[in-house]
Ligand binder design. Structure first.
Ligand SMILES: Cc1ncc(COP(=O)(O)O)c(C=O)c1O
Length: 405
């Protein structure tokens, strides 16, 4: 699943280009860098692959989300509708710009249920943020329709889904802006890194400045830059960008490997009528980093997880319902508004309210859901072996469940 599985001479060559000049920073030092601009090259490559007008590289997916909110003008008191299944960064970034995360149910796409989004809209809603989880996409058409009807911003958190598509367009390029993570476990990695893409020149100019202390990057050197607005340091280094550049050029290779392995595994699990699969609105656009499947009940799912563990084959199979990072059930720090500094009153009120809100529709889905991470390097035989072991574990649990007490 992560691009680091296939590190090679390509990554070393790009990194060495940077080390040879010794210019590790992405801006300035025009002479000594001898024409080596890895961050710029990677931004161009991202635009070329995704067909986006602009890409701004930053230091992480978290930085990408934060910069995107800022550049889209989302701040104090604004409400952002987001799903209860995601990664904690999604709400961290909303809070960090002073805005309020409004959590709503997911459906079997594992991201925003459009009807839940409609119900959550208030006069303070400014943005809807679907999260394209585990390499596959939200059903964007109904969400775009809602945003159009209510004049809302659609920000795609595509941090887990670089290279995914929906109805012919790349994920991240369909809303007003889209974000990607290139952290160590992503399909394309910089070790740490992220990007925001947008077709709006205005949003891009803001991203460019915001991620570098507000610099307008128009001066003859950094000291001559003006600062039209306040920004921070979310810069990526040239070393990180160099790794990403080599990785992004291998994207098609990664996708082919993952698609083959995922399809083989799916065929094996499909032999069990009790197993169903995540709804993928555009199956051809799935980057196949995971195969996500459902069992009939929470009880059976828990028993299968226990059986996988007992057989020492749980690694790589994720039961998100019990996961501390990915599902609202375990986000106690969020529900308790456990911030190191003062949050705004509306933020605190919204977070404390989360402590008593229940999400039975999402629980119903997530408590039966397991995602199997797909390896890039699995051989056909290894994939078959993994699939057959999972099937055997499920069968064992199902057979036990059938025996009357
Ligand atoms: C959905 C989602 N959003 C945001 C992020 C944050 O990315 P990063 O780890 O690069 O900060 C992640 C990271 O896993 C993620 O999965």
């Amino acid at each position: 699943m992560p691009g680091f599985e296939l590190f090679g001479p390509e990554e070393r060559k790009e990194v060495n280009d940077v080390l040879e000049t010794g210019i590790l920073m992405r801006y300035g030092f025009d002479g000594p860098r001898k024409g080596i601009w890895k961050a710029k090259e990677l931004e161009n490559e991202i635009c070329r692959i995704l067909g986006s007008n602009h890409a701004q590289l930053v230091s992480s997916g978290t930085a990408a989300l934060t910069a995107a909110y800022a550049a889209l003008g989302i701040g104090a008191g604004d409400e952002v509708i987001m799903p209860v299944f995601t990664f904690v960064a999604s709400f961290e970034c909303i809070l960090s710009v002073g805005a309020i995360p409004v959590l709503v149910d997911v459906d079997e796409t594992l991201t925003l249920d459009p009807e839940a989004v409609r119900r959550a809209i208030t006069p303070r809603t400014k943005c809807v943020m679907p999260v394209h989880m585990c390499g596959a996409m939200a059903d964007l058409d109904p969400l775009l329709q809602i945003c159009k009807e209510h004049n809302l911003i659609l920000l795609e958190d595509a941090c887990q889904s670089f290279g995914g598509r929906y109805k012919g367009k790349y994920l991240g390029t369909i809303g007003h802006a889209g974000t990607f993570s290139f952290d160590f476990v992503k399909i394309v990695t910089c070790a740490e890194g992220g990007a925001v893409v947008t077709n709006s020149e205005d949003v891009y100019t803001k991203l460019d400045g915001f991620s570098d202390h507000g610099h307008d990057h128009k001066g003859i050197d950094r000291g001559a830059d003006l600062h039209p607005f306040i920004g921070y340091n979310f810069r990526i280094s040239e070393l990180h960008a160099a790794v990403g550049l080599a990785q992004v050029r291998k994207l098609e290779q990664f996708l082919t490997l993952q698609r083959n392995n995922q399809q083989q595994l799916k065929a094996i699990l499909s032999t069990l009528p009790e197993v169903s699969f995540r709804r993928i609105p555009d199956p051809d656009g799935d980057i196949c980093t995971f195969l996500t499947w459902f069992l009939p009940t929470e009880e059976i799912t828990r028993a299968v997880v226990a059986e996988l563990k007992a057989q020492n084959i749980l690694a790589g199979n994720f039961f998100w319902y019990d996961n501390n990072w990915h599902y609202i059930r375990k986000w106690d720090h969020l529900k308790q508004a456990a911030s190191l500094y003062n949050l705004t009153d509306p933020q605190q009120k919204a977070l404390h309210a989360l402590g008593s809100i229940v999400f039975p529709a999402s629980d119903q889905i997530m408590s039966r859901c397991i995602s199997t991470a797909i390896g890039l390097l699995w051989t056909e035989e290894q994939t078959r072996e993994k699939g057959e072991k999972i099937v055997a574990a499920i069968k064992k649990v199902l057979n036990k469940a059938k025996v009357p007490a």
